[in-house]
Design a protein around this ligand. Structure first.
Ligand code: FNR
Length: 190
């Protein structure tokens, strides 16, 4: 089966290292996965005041999530948590109440930082959020990537064979996870 994966890059920076990692990951993905970026930079700050009349940007975000077979989050850690722009997009996708677009979507989560913790604290926060949103998560393998510029080209090419193997393993496991979750859902098991 082929699967369309919507992916979020949790950084708005033009030189984002997490965007580089997203490119690397896509290049390493099995052929049955295709990828569409779900943009987060055009959204106003969410308020419940919008619920009665959702703006186009919020509706487009929800449609993009719902059109995806699975979701991937590739994000930095900001102040030991989820970057505001990404959390804002998640809040938009989760509302209006009763229309949570993330429910039952198989999700993968990874992040890169120049620091040694490699976004572990952000990922811990994200896992709580994804649990609350009823989104199944790939629990293992985990990717806490300490980003070394010499390992990556801007186009997502990887010069470090260990990093390449590590990310290829992750995205292969993610593809298998998406298939498992969607098969179980179709069979009525979850
Ligand atoms: C950071 N950075 C950072 N790094 C980290 O490992 N843990 C953290 O809590 C933070 N906090 C933080 C807050 C803010 C506001 C900024 C701008 C940065 C450093 C961060 O990992 C680094 O800037 C990365 O390059 C950000 O990822 P992108 O935007 O390049 O993908």
């Amino acid at each position: 089966m082929s699967y369309n994966i919507g992916y979020f890059v949790g950084s708005l920076a033009s030189n984002s290292i997490n965007r580089v990692v997203s490119k690397a990951l896509i290049a390493l993905a099995p052929e049955n996965l295709s990828f569409t970026e779900i943009q987060i930079g055009n959204l106003p700050l969410y308020s419940a005041d919008y619920d009665a009349d959702y703006p186009e940007a919020g509706t487009a975000l929800k449609k993009a999530i719902e059109a995806s077979d699975g979701l991937l989050f590739i994000s930095p850690e900001f102040n030991r948590s989820i970057p505001g722009a990404l959390k804002n997009a998640i809040d938009w996708g989760s509302r209006p109440w009763g229309t949570n677009s993330f429910a039952r979507k198989p999700t993968g989560l990874l992040g890169a930082s120049p620091g040694a913790i490699g976004t572990a604290v952000m990922q811990s926060s994200m896992r709580s959020v994804l649990s609350f949103l009823d989104a199944p998560q790939l629990n293992s393998p985990e990717v806490y990537l300490q980003y070394r510029p010499e390992d990556f080209g801007e186009d997502g090419s990887i010069s470090n064979p260990d990093t390449e193997k590590f990310l290829a393993h992750y995205i292969g496991e993610y593809a298998a996870f998406v298939e498992r979750v969607l098969d179980s859902t179709a069979a009525g098991h979850i």
